[in-house]
Design a protein around this ligand. Structure first.
Ligand code: ASP
Length: 325
């Protein structure tokens, strides 16, 4: 039966979700943290359900944590790697989706290098779809796990000041976080060179800083982003050395943030590029490992919620919109 507090079939992005919907997802996820920490992690909330992880882009954390999240709740999981799939043989995204749909999965978790591809795919299947990251567009479960980490550490989201630093331009993590945090009443600052943090970002209800020391002043959270060279089509920074000097998080720059400011990074980290090992591994301040832990809890909540929301009658009807399955 559809959960009235989150009446959606898919989770394609954070944009458009309401504060109570976000709150509900975080509350559900919070309920799974102790289960994951206990000796007996198994439950049967998704017994009989099938989850397919369809990843057209590399992933370590996201794919494994979706897999664990499904298995810990008793679901069957299939992992589809692009290199071994028929996509490598020229099958289109939609053909692949329609083929998988014919196997009646309950939830498809999709990662794709093109922004908007996951939404397109969601229109062609009867099951629930979770966006596991589409291009530089959105990565909703990352923003949820970041928010859960912050909420558990600071007790709230509203009224906090969060700095998101670095390669905002190419970052789906940044975009989903901006939507989530501004929706929840958090003050968001973006910090980086103009080439990576365009002034137009201010339209998203955030403050933009090119000087990292100024931007970090009095922040409660410092969220670092990876320099996503694989998405860059030109020269965005003069050199890695120069970038680290101005925008790499080190002790000195961190000293401008609040003394109890937390350090976050979605991973994978480029040590010595956007973050110094000294601060990344500071157990007092860095919650990077905790983010990974919260990722499993968030994905457990999302998978179970969407599987529960699936309208079984509709799901079992043959899908007619995509040229047959
Ligand atoms: N893992 C995150 C993502 O998939 C961040 C990154 O790759 O830098 O977007």
């Amino acid at each position: 039966m559809t959960d009235a507090a989150f009446p959606h079939r898919h989770l394609l992005g954070i944009q458009g979700l309401t504060p109570p919907e976000i709150q509900h997802l975080l509350d559900l996820a919070d309920g799974h943290v102790d289960q994951c920490r206990g000796a007996d992690k198994a439950s049967d909330g998704m017994a009989g359900r099938t989850v397919i992880n369809l990843f057209f882009e590399n992933s370590t954390r996201t794919r494994t944590s979706f897999e664990l999240a499904a298995k810990r709740q008793g679901a069957e999981v299939i992992n589809m790697q692009v290199s071994t799939s028929s996509v490598a043989k020229g099958e289109t995204l939609i053909d692949t989706a329609v083929t998988l749909n014919a196997m009646h999965p309950d939830v498809l978790v999709v990662r794709h290098p093109e922004s908007g591809a996951v939404k397109l795919l969601a229109e062609k299947v009867n099951c629930a779809v979770v966006n596991g990251g589409d291009g530089s567009h959105e990565h909703p479960t990352q923003a949820l796990l970041d928010a859960l980490t912050i909420r558990r550490r600071k007790g709230r989201l509203d009224g906090l000041r969060v700095a998101i630093c670095g390669d905002v331009l190419h970052s789906r993590v940044a975009r989903s976080n901006i939507h989530l945090l501004t929706t929840m009443g958090t003050q968001v600052r973006l910090i980086g060179p103009r080439t990576l943090v365009p002034a137009s970002c201010a339209a998203m209800g955030v403050e933009v800083f090119t000087n990292m020391r100024e931007g970090l002043t009095d922040c409660d959270i410092v969220m670092m982003l990876r320099l996503q060279t694989e998405r860059m089509t030109g020269n965005f920074i003069p050199s890695v050395r120069e970038y680290f000097r101005f925008y790499g998080l080190d002790r000195d720059k961190l000293s401008r943030a609040r003394p109890d400011a937390l350090i976050m990074h979605p991973g994978p980290m480029n040590r010595g590029v956007e973050i110094d090992s000294d601060v990344a591994d500071d157990f007092e301040r860095s919650v990077i490992r905790e983010q990974v832990e919260m990722g499993v809890a968030v994905r457990m909540a999302v998978l179970r919620l969407l599987a529960g929301n699936l309208d079984q009658t509709r799901r079992n009807q043959p899908f007619v919109g995509a040229g047959g399955a």
